[in-house]
Ligand binder design. Structure first.
Ligand SMILES: Cc1cc2nc3c(=O)[nH]c(=O)nc-3n(C[C@H](O)[C@H](O)[C@H](O)COP(=O)(O)O)c2cc1C
Length: 384
């Protein structure tokens, strides 16, 4: 079944008297989810660094590019499949790692809900180190869809090695190391209410279930000891000298997240990484930067097809996905929108959001005469 067919499913259901409960556009999704979410979770998800200008710029940057329709192509079938790291993905869409997604469902099993939606749709997810359930319990819900484990590298090397080993054993298919968050950015919305989920003991399950971490706490179950130990090991400010060690931890594809400078991309590939993930963390970490989309072309030029390039920050719709692919990204990550969808509608709400994003992208390719992703790349052009 083509992704585009979801629209007929929606129309035919309506004919049978069932109007979809879920939003069909991002603005409605954000508005309805914001009204439904717990205020502290909303502040953490919606907020960004500084005056949030980089966060806004991430979204606006998509207006600077346009897709040029081609006619008489007969793109009645589209091939959206992506090959990367010896795996085949049904589409370029994936879910970006989001540390508090575990809190986004009423039962606080949001990470498992993401895995279930991933299994149902074939849209892979990168799962944050910061989970409400253990990485093993989450992986058990992935079905046949590959999952990626996103590592926040702890200062304690044994703990880092333990996380990676556990992820391998649990069946994750890649390790995504996030480089830009060894310390949280200046986030006024959260600072104003002293809101930092981890310090309140949330999303630390991967730590509390880890034998190395348990040794560090002396097996204590006292929340203060756990949070204190977590705070003391969390943020490792990695340098280039650490890359060999990171590389030595796993034979799985190693992907570096947070790379936006072409020289950094080049050096990382020389050091043996298998994927570059171009992202500014949705403007949550450093304010005052350009958008991720503005950085993407120079990163792609530097990578020169040597490894897959993942992209996120600012994706709000199917047409954004197509534009990022058009610029040359291998795969494109959804962030905040999927957290809102999960908060609003649980697994069915998230499945809808993923299918709606893919349907919009697929329909755009159909109407614009792009039978495959290569055709998208030939027909994107700067505005102005
Ligand atoms: C609430 C929230 C939590 C996040 N947690 C993580 C995380 O644990 N690890 C990580 O690498 N990125 C994390 N990110 C960043 C996302 O992976 C992604 O880069 C970002 O959401 C993209 O921006 P966008 O959502 O505005 O499109 C988080 C983002 C949000 C919104």
């Amino acid at each position: 079944m083509a992704f585009a067919d979801y629209q007929y499913e929606i129309y035919f259901s309506a004919l049978a008297g069932r109007i979809s409960d879920f939003p069909m556009d991002y603005e409605t999704l954000e508005r309805r989810a914001s009204a439904a979410m717990d205020p502290s979770l909303l502040s953490y998800v919606a907020g960004g660094a500084g005056d949030e200008s980089t966060q806004r710029r991430n979204v606006k940057a998509f207006d600077n590019w346009g897709l040029v329709p081609r006619m008489l192509v007969g793109a009645t079938e589209r091939d959206l499949t992506v090959e990367a790291w010896g795996m085949s993905f049904p589409s370029p869409l994936f879910m970006a790692p989001v540390g508090v997604v575990g809190l986004a469902t009423g039962d606080r099993h949001g990470d498992i809900a993401v895995a279930q939606a991933s299994a149902a749709t074939g849209v892979p997810s990168h799962f944050s180190t910061l989970m409400e359930d253990s990485l093993e319990d989450v992986a058990a819900n992935l079905g046949d869809t590959p999952g990626f484990f996103q590592l926040y590298t702890p200062k304690n090397r044994d703990l880092a090695a333990s996380f990676v080993e556990r992820a391998e054993k649990a069946g994750y298919k890649g390790i995504t190391v996030t480089l830009d968050t060894w310390v949280p950015g200046w986030r006024p919305r959260d600072l104003a209410t002293g809101n930092f989920p981890q310090l309140r003991g949330h999303v630390l399950k991967n730590y509390t279930t880890d034998p190395v971490f348990q040794e560090l706490t002396g097996g204590s179950e006292d929340p203060q000891v756990i949070v204190g130990t977590w705070a003391s090991v969390f943020g490792n400010s990695l340098t280039w000298e650490d890359l060999d060690w990171l590389r030595s931890l796993t034979k799985l594809p190693l992907i570096l997240k947070g790379i936006t400078h072409p020289d950094d991309a080049n050096r990382a590939i020389d050091a043996g990484v298998d994927g570059i993930y171009c992202s500014n963390h949705g403007g949550r970490q450093a304010n005052g930067g350009l958008s991720s989309l503005e950085m993407l072309p120079s990163v792609l030029e530097s990578v020169d097809n040597r490894v897959p390039v993942l992209f996120d920050s600012g994706i709000r719709s199917g047409s954004d996905v197509v534009k990022a692919i058009g610029l040359g990204a291998t795969m494109v990550g959804l962030g905040r929108p999927y957290v809102y969808a999960l908060s609003l509608g649980g697994v069915p709400g998230l499945v809808h959001q993923l299918r709606a994003t893919l349907a919009e992208a697929d329909l755009l390719m159909a109407i614009n005469g792009y039978p495959n992703l290569a055709a998208v790349r030939e027909n994107v052009q700067p505005a102005n």
